[in-house]
Ligand binder design. Sequence first.
Ligand code: NAD
Length: 302
Amino acid sequence: MAPQELRYDGQTVVVTGAGGGLGREYAVFFGSRGASVVVNDLGGSFKGEGKGSQAADKVVDEIRSAGGKAVANYDSVENGDAIIKTAIDNFGRVDVLINNAGILRDVSFKNIKQQDWDLIMAVHLNGAYKCAHAAWPYFRKQKYGRLISTASAAGLFGSFGQTNYSAAKLALVGFTETLAKEGLKYNILCNVIAPIAASRMTETVMPPDVLGKLKPEWIVPLVAVLTHKSSTETGSIYEAGGGHIAKLRWERSKGAFLKQDDTLTPGALAAKWKDVVDFTNAEHPQGPGNALKILETASALP
Ligand code: NAD
């Protein structure tokens, strides 16, 4: 059977940082599948310097010349209200928000400056918050919304020279998991993706032959499936890159139980440490441990 063509007719999709890289791919895709697209881009450098309208305009032209509907917005994601207003003013609604805009200020922790920290937080974390917060009342009112935020392997696993970026990216996981819970009864589905793709962000850190196998357009199908009206996935983390798409989840070891009396000491824990770090028969939790069950097991210890 031929794969189904996912469509977004009648919907408005806002893509931040859509003037290049991954965002451009998303915007062009949604524009070709019936959606009205807000192409947001500040138009600065990958380090967050400068601004301009050219990047967003070029993508809008591309979508329109292929017969699609798109408008540009040149605000920083820090002004999420203005970006969502562009969607409402031009298309009367917002259905999908892709928090994609991003910059890098890579520097070892020893040398990081307050400005490197603040700017990364402002764009990745506050920017995602501002855009989502502005879209949220519309999502709730229409009982429909699809939100994607963009994390990174750097946030999930750490990456040398990226304390600022890693912290902001993992913060988006917690942000999304909570929004997924708050949005569920309004059919607002929220997920996080950690992409790997060739872009101006990665072209200086990866060799050309590897970059050639990490096409940014290969991230589009994951975003397309998660934001489609048929999706039921929410509160999850996905990796995508080079044609591989996978879901990540937490793992909790069975852990150690210590008797609830004055024998509950650091030495007693050290003696049972192997149980803390043993992932044999681990569980994949959706939330905190069951406190009642934990207390029951701990108090039943001989
Ligand atoms: P990119 O630099 O090509 O695209 C980012 C876009 O965001 C640029 O067009 C830029 O002008 C825009 N932007 C930057 N700051 C902005 C702001 N304040 N307001 C509005 N727009 C702004 O990089 P990319 O690789 O396409 O990155 C897209 C997203 O994916 C980013 O969030 C990035 O951190 C994330 N990511 C990318 C990779 C990768 O391998 N490319 C890996 C992990 C995460």
